[in-house]
Design a protein around this ligand. Sequence first.
Ligand code: LRH
Ligand code: MN
Length: 426
Amino acid sequence: MRIDKNQISEYNKNELQNHNENFDFLANRLTKNGYNVSDIISKLSEFQVAIPSWALGAGGTRFGRFGFYGEPSNLEEKIADVGILHSLTQTAGAVSLHIPWDVPSDYKAIKEKADALHIKFDAVNSNTFQDQNGASETYKYGSLSNTSKAVRDQAIQHNLDVINIGDKLGSKALTVWLADGSSFPGQNNFQTAFQNTQDSLIDIYKGLPDDWKLLVEYKPYEPNFYSTVIQDWGASLMLANGCGDKAYTLVDLGHHLPNSNIEQIVSILQLKGKLGGFHFNDSKYGDDDLTVGSIKPYSLFLIFNELVYGMENNPQNPDLAWMIDASHNIKDPLEDLIQSLEAIQEAYAKALLVDQNLLRAAQNDNDVVKCQEILQNAYRTDVRPLIEKARLNVGGVISPINAYRALDVRGQLIKERGKNTVATGL
Ligand code: LRH
Ligand code: MN
């Protein structure tokens, strides 16, 4: 299924007048307050987020999985679904593959399909948290940290294979997330596990093409429930520094213990030039992988406020990899991803309304109340007309969820694929 330009313009007709009224009102007010509205809109239009290939079907938990009809059953259909998201939002111009869940059968064909839909291949993800059929070694007790050299070598070779797959698709980064850790005190020698991981990552790093990045993702727990080798940003930063200049820390928003100050972590990693990218999602308790901005939208805004400051003041930090990492247990995966894309655009737009110079001056004066007023004035601004305009300007729809339903996309996908297809992934 593809959504063509005529369907988009036809759909927008219904909402254009309402959008224009809201936009003109907001743009006039912002311009009066000295904002460069067209600059903000072009930043929003250029902001592309990679869709996780492992989150285009229904997810599940150990307690059960409730399938979603019309799921993509192969990589071609997954790229098509990312194409649908991008046609509607014009902000989903990339996909992040997970290997071996998404090994292309025909590289030329898959690249042509993605190119035709203006979809780029962002970071590729290795998987040494599941045993593969026919593999000689098991990852039950870890992969890159394992006490067995044979297991570590198998995991290192897998990561080198993933780099090779990504290189053929035009990807420029490898994301390494390890389940490695322990579930009981005494099970692991922490130092040996950490040093094995460092040495293994260095071997992987040596296989990285010159223009690639290595993104080291941290997580405090699950599936191990006592310790995780790469448990937090500090461990990830040390391992990245141990590898070299092309290695960075990847921040998955769900990989923090309750009440962690993620915006401070993001700020300091940018200062050190070691922030590589994000896995956006939201959570109430653990690594819940819920819709971005559905639980803690103010926290997401505060993170983007630090990102906007960093993008203006930290040239030492590279361009970031913007990716979603979510799992859909009850929502239509495409509607869930559209809501996440909207929430990310909204947080970025609100952060672009923070007058950073005014905030710096208030911070220097220790005018605490004024600092909060500056932040919350931006956060309390309804920026949706800006996001709508940013989409309209580049061929997207005014309201993607409404258009998705009005165009009966899920119905069309079920007609094409039936009700029993299951997507690989989480
Ligand atoms: C681990 C994680 C990691 C992926 C997996 C799908 O929780 O966030 O990024 O490999 O989810
Ligand atoms: Mn993740």
